[in-house]
Design a protein around this ligand. Sequence first.
Ligand code: GLN
Length: 470
Amino acid sequence: MKVREIVDKVKSKQIKAQDVLAYYLEEIKKKNSINAIVEVFDDVFEQAKKIDEKVNRDDKLGKLAGVPILIKDNIFLEGKKASCASFFLKDYTAQYTSTVVKKLLDEDAIIIGRANMDEFAMGSSTEKTVHGLCRNALDKDRVPGGSSGGSAAAVASGMVPCALGTDTGGSIRQPSSYNGVVGIKPTYGRVSRYGVIAFASSLDQVGPITQDVEDNALLLSILSGQDNNDDTTLSNNVPNYVESCEKDAKGLRVGIVKQVKEIMKESTHFDKLVTFLKNNGIEIVEVEIPNIKLCLPVYYILAPAEATSNLGRFEGIRCSRRAENCKDVNEIYKKSRTQGFGDEVKRRIMLGNFVLSSGYFDAYYNKAKKIQQMIKKEFSSAFKSCDAIIMPTTYGEAFKIGEFKNPVDMYMEDIFTIPANIAGIPAISIPYACGENKLPLGLQIFADKLQEEKIYNLANYIEKNYTEGK
Ligand code: GLN
């Protein structure tokens, strides 16, 4: 069921929250061999019972009454584990509840459990996780994408109606694309990061993964807003994004980036969609982001640099797992970090330390920051001639498990998603076509800062009206 169907049925007493929950728990039992969900919380029935009691008393109900929601394993719910899929935090229990989860609970949602992910959200395949790899919901030999692979695969296989993910360089959109679901990375600062384990703080955002655009809009309307516990959150009014879905899309100007067209490996599906849009009163304009290709190298300097600093807090003394038989404090740090972090995380820490070290700081970190400014300007000027920009989410369909032997080759896969994080702008991925293996392909829609309304407007229009590719 869609999120809004559950809410309608629970509110109108057609179905009990406990029955909704029981249905999904049964689905999880049947389908979780893909390992998308790593824990179902032990108090879910109590949560559901409380909602049913509210319904029986005719209390005012929240906008997500009775909806089971899965959270990525890097988001805090007090008293529940949050391990970031790392051996280092395997037994860590959250000491407080994140703002995003609090907002969901305030609307009477049920937090059903934790989703698998790549360790510390670094990766594009959910293969590097202490919980064991997760599989694509539609093809067991393929990856679900990452790092929010568990969240997307769980939604796609119908084990949960929706989930939360986080996106630093594409981790919501790429797995959404690979599993045929809808995921948005909001404008930087639209959604609070309080209680979410940091990867690269200037790029991280939380966002919803859903079965369709309207559910996504509903969830983002709830998750957005200023938070005193996260200074980077924006005070701007939160629009009703569900209303944006209903608007007429005719007259929207949609941009296609010249430099993206040049690097697409396959564009038949994309061109078909463009023709459809043109034929339906949507103006297509060519825009230029001359340095868009630099987003990828810029990201792989800035993100590791920030990660290095954020991960410095894990030392085997406070919340992270301590190595045994250490002589002194230095050995505790060294051994615990050596044992606690996986290879990919260590690679990022080394890369981050390198680009931040004196002598290289200007050549790498500062230079990357300058290029970031340039890219931001290029996007702003592109948005003077269009309302939204479209491009594919990925080169193609989900890749095979174990396909990438060289980590840098996997980094290259993030080429289309990273620009939104570098520019701080919102971008959604919606399924729009099928590839040669009959697996979904995702379309990305970008808009300027805080213009999520335009994204939902166009996304919903394409979802409802464009059927040729599916
Ligand atoms: N794949 C990218 C990386 O490995 C993005 C990850 C993310 O968005 N968290 O860093």
